[in-house]
Ligand binder design. Structure first.
Ligand code: HAM
Length: 421
C-alpha cells in the first residue's frame, strides 16, 4: 500500500518552512509591538462551541466541520477557526478581570471539510488577533494598522483593504426586511444555497461567489444606507481613524463575512493572485458573541489571516523568500581525526555557528564533493596531523585560498571570514 497525505492537506518541506518561519516570527514581532500576547488553545473543542459560536447558518457548521465522537461518547470538533475557542477561554479563564482590552494573538492550524482548490485546503493555518473589551473604532483601526504593518514588513504589495459595516442586530433586522423584499422577485434565479440563505441569513446572499448570484445582487440595497445612528457614528469613526493612520481602504457593501457572529465593522484584505480565493485575511467586530456564549456583554474585534494564501501571495508577487540556511563550515574527516572533528564541531555549535561534519563514513574525495554541493563557504579537513597539532587549513571555497588556523581560534577566523566576504 502506498500512503499519501490526506486530501486537502499538504507537507511543508524545507526550504518552504524557512519562509514560513520568517512569516511566523515577523507576525509575532509585529503583534508584540502592538502589545498582543500569544494564546495557545486546544485543537479540538466541544462541537456545540462551534455550533453556537460560529453559527448554525454558516457553511462551516452546516457542511465543513470535522466532528467525531471520542471513546467517552463526547462530540468533539477539530477547530474550523480560532475565535470561538478564544471566547470560550476568555470566559472560562476569567479574562474579564484582566486589564482591558485583552489583546491576544494566535498561530494555529484549522480544519474545514471544503472543496479543495487553489488556496483552499482542509487543513490550513491561520495567524489571528482578538481584542476583547473595547467598543470604539480606534481598536478596529489599530488592528487593521497591525495587519498593514505586517504586510509591509513582509514586503507584500498590491493588497487592498475592503471595509464595511453590517450594523447591529437592531438595524440589521430592518435591513433584512428591505433586502428580502428586494431579493424576492429574483429568488428563482438564485443558486440553491442562496435560496436557503434568503430565509436564514439574507446578508450571506451578497457574499455568494456564484457569478449568477453576483450579477443579481450587484445593485442590491446596502446595509450602509440602513445603519442606526450609533452604527453610523461608529463607521464614520473607523473611517476617520483609518485616515488619521493613512491607511487606504475601499468601502464594499458586499463584504459581509461568512460567520454569524459579526456586528458593525467587517473587513477583508484581498488580492488578485490567490486564485478564486482572493481573501487573504478577514475579520470584524463580534460585540454580541461573548454574551451569547455565557459571558457578560463585552465588545470585541479580531481577524484571521490564511497563511497558505499569504505565502501564495508572496510568491505571486515575486517577493524573495529566505532559502535554506547554509552551514558556515564543513569539517571533513580523514584518518583518526573523527573525535577531534566532532569535539570542535560541538564547541562551534555551542558558540552559535551552523557547522557540519561527516556522518556517512565517506571517502575524503566524496566528502569534498558533498562539501562543494552544500554551499558551505569554508571547508576544513581534520586528520591525524591536525588532531595532534591543533592546527588546520581553513579553505575558502569561493576563491580556493587557504589559511592556517588554530582549532582553538576557529570562531574568530570564521567570524572574520564571514564579515570580510
Ligand atoms: P474566515 O474568513 O473564515 O474568518 O477565515 C480567515 C482566513 O482564513 C481567510 O481569509 C482565508 O485566508 C483563510 N482560510 C479560510 N478557509 C480556508 C481554507 N479552507 N484553506 C485555506 N485558507 C483558508 C475566520 O476564521 C474568523 N475566525 C476571523 C476572525 C477572527 N474574525 C474575528 N476574529
Amino acid at each position: 500500500m502506498k500512503f499519501t497525505a490526506p486530501k486537502g492537506t499538504r507537507d511543508l518541506l524545507p526550504p518552504e518552512t524557512a519562509a514560513w518561519q520568517r512569516a511566523e516570527q515577523l507576525f509575532a514581532s509585529v503583534c508584540a509591538r502592538f502589545n498582543y500576547q500569544e494564546i495557545r488553545l486546544p485543537t479540538f473543542e466541544q462541537t456545540e462551541l462551534f455550533q453556537r459560536g460560529v453559527g448554525d447558518t454558516t457553511d462551516i457548521v452546516q457542511k465543513e466541520m470535522y466532528t467525531f465522537l471520542d471513546k467517552g461518547g463526547r462530540s468533539l470538533t477539530l477547530r474550523p477557526e480560532g475565535t470561538a475557542g478564544v471566547v470560550r477561554s476568555y470566559i472560562e479563564q476569567g479574562m474579564a478581570s484582566w486589564p482591558s482590552p485583552v489583546r491576544l494573538y494566535y498561530d494555529i492550524t484549522a480544519f474545514r471539510y471544503e472543496n479543495v482548490q487553489k488556496g483552499r485546503y482542509r487543513e490550513f493555518h491561520q495567524f489571528g488577533c482578538e481584542a476583547i473589551g473595547s467598543n470604539g473604532p480606534e481598536v478596529d483601526a489599530e488592528l487593521i494598522s497591525l495587519l498593514q504593518m505586517f504586510f509591509e514588513e513582509l514586503g507584500l504589495k498590491e493588497t487592498s483593504l475592503m471595509i464595511n459595516s453590517i450594523g447591529c442586530p437592531a438595524c440589521r433586522e430592518a435591513y433584512y426586511t428591505v433586502l428580502r423584499e428586494w431579493l424576492k422577485p429574483h429568488l428563482s434565479q438564485l443558486c440553491e444555497n442562496c435560496r436557503d440563505r434568503y430565509d436564514r441569513n439574507p446578508l450571506r446572499v451578497l457574499d455568494c461567489k456564484e457569478p449568477g448570484c453576483q450579477a443579481i445582487t450587484h445593485n442590491a440595497p446596502s446595509q450602509l444606507d440602513y445603519l442606526c445612528d450609533d452604527c453610523q457614528a461608529h463607521f464614520d469613526g473607523l473611517r476617520h481613524q483609518l485616515d488619521v493612520l493613512s491607511l487606504p481602504y475601499t468601502i464594499d457593501h458586499r463584504i459581509v463575512r461568512g460567520l454569524d457572529y459579526y456586528t458593525r465593522t467587517v473587513f477583508e484584505f484581498v488580492s488578485d493572485h490567490v486564485g478564486t480565493q482572493g481573501t487573504i485575511c478577514g475579520g470584524g467586530r463580534y460585540d454580541g458573541l461573548i454574551e451569547s456564549m455565557g459571558g457578560s456583554s463585552t465588545p470585541a474585534i479580531g481577524f484571521a489571516l490564511g497563511v497558505e494564501r499569504l505565502m501564495m501571495e508572496l510568491n505571486a508577487q515575486g517577493i524573495k523568500q529566505p532559502g535554506l540556511q547554509i552551514p558556515a563550515l564543513y569539517i571533513a574527516i580523514a584518518g583518526d581525526g573523527s573525535d577531534t572533528a566532532r569535539m570542535v564541531c560541538r564547541r562551534l555549535r555551542k558558540n552559535g555557528f551552523q557547522v557540519e561534519t561527516e556522518l556517512m563514513s565517506r571517502s575524503l574525495r566524496a566528502q569534498m564533493k558533498y562539501a562543494g554541493k552544500s554551499g558551505a563557504p569554508y571547508v576544513m579537513v581534520i586528520g591525524d596531523d591536525e588532531a595532534e597539532s591543533g592546527i588546520a587549513q581553513l579553505r575558502n571555497m569561493k576563491d580556493g585560498s587557504e589559511r592556517t588556523v588554530k582549532l582553538d581560534e576557529l570562531e574568530d577566523a570564521l567570524r572574520q571570514g564571514i564579515t570580510t566576504t
